[in-house]
Design a protein around this ligand. Structure first.
Ligand code: BGC
Length: 706
């Protein structure tokens, strides 16, 4: 682009490095505790190309004005923010929204978030997080789309589409950053920031696909993870970033480091000083140093030492400026439109809030509740912020509908009683007696328990993933009353609570549903909405089962109850508490008559797969039908099941219909001998059902001829 080349010719080294430096107010530029004035000096001198952590139109406008009016070259700033599940209108957390298995919803919520974000002058989001994880100890599981690479790829692609639209310069679009490439979800023992040491095969099969799907489809930016891969921090991995992402995938957007990750290369033990850290990151193709001092202070030294060239710096600056051009910032540095209408945004939050919860258990159809029932609402996890989850962007002043408010709005006066029982954390159990008292007087108890937002997210890994504080005592005391009990479990991860699943009649995993929680919960409890969410992650019975996921590789000794020399445990079943895809509805769906158009295919064909679905229940509802595949004989062996399709069907009571998948034979490929995609001729098993539970699947086989 001639315009960019002209700018590049005019830029000093400092100004070039400035474009590669992302700062924030109160951040780590120059010193550990700079004043606002230091930041403004850097800004005026062209030493900052982007900023994070600035909210509000007035704040971004003030700083943008300095950039475009007071700097020598008048290059506009990019303002970046973690818009993970909404900007002002907070939607369900990603693990919750993933449970909707609904790309259209994922895209619509991202679009609303983008419009709100851009209206504040923020043009880059650090989302979606596409980290597959099979370890719910890891706190960031809440930000993830779950255990499955295919689903994570669909999720990430839909989010990118929603954030970016067709044209990044539009007044309702923002650039997306898919993060954190480098198998972050596989950190050792689920401990955040820990090392990752996995096979190349696993990296290619499980962790990279969602990144590839977005890199090849126009995502604006990619962020490498904090961790190392077998000793090579991803921030410094030329193999991953330069060879695979840029080389093999052809990604020419911006690569932005994670927060302070470039200077942290010193602590990783691969760099001696900032200059070496900066050189490693730039050589790996990291364009922007987020909140680090490495590029600002280290790159000039690295250049003198000959560890980087000016061409490498120019290459990175070119990519940053290209993104600014694509965002339309040179023509319109200030926001041009208001965000989306609040009423519609809230309605969408309510819709997402009803589609994300997963009904795990519903014995004797305790749910839906009947309007005339007297309900005791008990528990500590009922209120505002507790239901939002982490990364609330600018959502802090927005009204959150609490569970109590949501239920009160639809119940007759005098039929809802309330007791907190205990706090979410802490040791005070004095409120349990009152909770038991109101439980005894009610027809049904709704028990709202779970984690706090702070128990999940970054730096929030847990070794025991059960109920914090004294919530178990509260739950057991309430269950001891014998009153029928519905448990609403708010959490950022599956919690290992076998005793609860044994004892409570109904349990719904809410995750953190966002600003419309109370209304969404009331819709679901009273049957105005029919639960349709499904687990995007297998739910373990105990921490000892982790990692547990449906796509494992076969063993020579598959578990059998009649042979002890098979793959299992002495002290716990081998199956999860609830499998991937599990999620009940108030309807009862039956899936059968699985068929394909023909039985044999070539690699150029598309397989038409159909199954009939009927609603044998008494309520209209939506079933999500999952399609898994298995390469029966492969080299090396293929996983026992891999998700390759999802179809939704809405059915009235008593009605039936057909779901149809069109699966290109190419989609049966998996990383072959050289880790490139390969379809190996032979027999494939197709499995269709409502979850990954073997008993829930209809099966058929096809042949692919070479
Ligand atoms: C997180 C990223 C996030 C960044 C900026 C880091 O600590 O790992 O996910 O985008 O902070 O807020």
């Amino acid at each position: 682009m001639a315009f960019i080349e002209k700018l590049l010719r005019e830029m000093t080294l400092d100004e070039k490095i400035g474009q590669l430096t992302m700062g924030n107010i109160g951040g780590v530029i120059h010193s550990n505790n700079p004043s606002d004035d230091d930041l403004l000096d850097d800004l005026r001198a062209g030493r900052l190309g982007s900023l994070i952590g600035i909210y509000g139109e007035a704040a971004t406008a003030r700083l943008q004005r300095i950039a475009v009016e007071e700097t020598r070259l008048r290059i506009p700033l990019i303002f970046a923010c973690d818009v993970m599940h909404g900007y002002r209108t907070i939607f369900p957390v990603p693990l919750g929204e993933a449970s909707a298995f609904d790309p259209d919803l994922w895209e619509r919520t991202a679009r609303v978030a983008a419009a709100e974000t851009r209206a504040d002058g923020v043009t880059l989001t650090f989302a979606p997080m596409a980290d597959v994880t099979r370890d719910p100890r890891w706190g960031r599981v809440v930000e993830s789309p779950g255990e499955d690479p295919w689903l994570a790829a669909q999720f990430a692609a839909a989010k990118v589409k929603g954030f970016q639209g067709a044209d990044l310069s539009r007044s309702d679009a923002v650039g997306a950053t898919v993060k954190h490439i480098g198998a972050y979800g596989a950190v050792t023992a689920g401990r955040d920031y820990a090392s990752v040491d996995i096979s190349e095969r696993q990296l290619n099969e499980v962790y990279l696909p969602p990144f590839r799907a977005t890199a090849e489809n126009g995502v604006a930016a990619i962020m490498p993870s904090f961790n190392d891969l077998a000793g090579v921090p991803t921030t410094a991995s030329a193999t991953l970033l330069r060879d695979i992402v840029r080389g093999r995938w052809g990604f020419d957007g911006v690569i932005v480091s994670d927060f302070n990750a470039v200077p942290e290369l010193i602590k990783h033990g691969v760099a001696e000083d900032l200059a070496q850290a900066a050189a490693l990151a730039l050589r790996a193709s990291v364009d922007i140093d987020m909140l680090g001092t490495a590029y600002m202070l280290g790159l000039p030294v690295a250049l003198k030492r000959g560890d980087v060239t000016i061409e490498m710096i120019d290459e990175a600056v070119r990519r940053v400026l290209t993104l600014k051009v694509k965002l339309g910032l040179f023509e319109r540095p200030f926001p041009a439109a208001r965000g989306s209408a609040e009423r519609e945004a809230r309605a969408l939050a309510r819709e997402a809030g009803t589609k994300s919860p997963v009904l795990l258990k519903n014995e004797q159809s305790l749910l839906p509740l009947k309007p005339q029932q007297r309900i005791a609402l008990i528990g500590p996890v009922l209120g505002g912020d507790l239901l939002l989850g982490g990364w609330q962007a600018a959502g802090n002043d927005v009204k959150v509908v609490t569970i109590r408010e949501g239920l009160s709005a639809v119940m007759s006066p005098g039929t809802l009683s309330f007791a907190k029982g205990v706090d979410p954390i802490g040791d005070d159990v004095s409120g349990i007696a009152e909770a038991v008292r109101i439980a005894r007087e009610a027809d049904v108890v709704v028990l709202s328990i779970g984690e706090l937002e702070g128990h999940t997210g970054e730096a929030a890994s847990r070794a025991d993933i059960d109920l914090p504080g004294r919530q178990r005592e509260l739950a057991e005391a309430v269950l001891d009353t014998g009153r029928p009990t519905v448990v609403l479990l708010s959490a950022g991860r599956p919690l290992t609570l076998p005793w609860l699943f044994e004892r409570a009649q109904a349990v719904m995993a809410l995750w953190f549903p966002g600003i419309e929680t109370g209304n969404a919960v009331a819709d679901l409890l009273f049957g105005r909405a029919n639960p349709s969410g499904k687990l995007a992650i297998s739910w373990p019975r105990s921490v000892g089962q982790i990692p547990i996921f449906c796509g494992e590789r076969p063993t020579g000794r598959p578990f059998s109850t009649s042979d002890m020399y098979t793959s299992g445990y002495l002290d716990t079943p081998v199956t999860p508490q609830f499998p991937f895809g599990h999620g009940l509805s108030y309807s009862r769906f039956e899936i059968g008559n699985l068929r394909t158009n023909v039985a044999a295919f070539t690699t150029a064909d598309t397989i038409i797969i159909e199954a009939d679905v009927s609603n044998a229940g008494a309520m209209a509802g939506e079933e999500t039908v999952l399609l898994f595949v298995r390469d029966v004989v492969a080299w090396p062996a293929a996983p026992v099941m891999e998700l390759r399709g999802v179809k939704k069907i809405r059915l009235a009571p008593g009605a039936s219909g057909t779901v149809r998948f069109e699966l290109a034979v190419k989609a049966l490929a998996f990383p072959g001998g050289d880790l490139g995609p390969e379809v190996q001729p032979g027999e494939f098993e197709l499995m269709v059902g409502s979850s990954a539970a073997p008993a829930a699947l209809a099966r058929t086989r096809i042949r692919v001829n070479g």
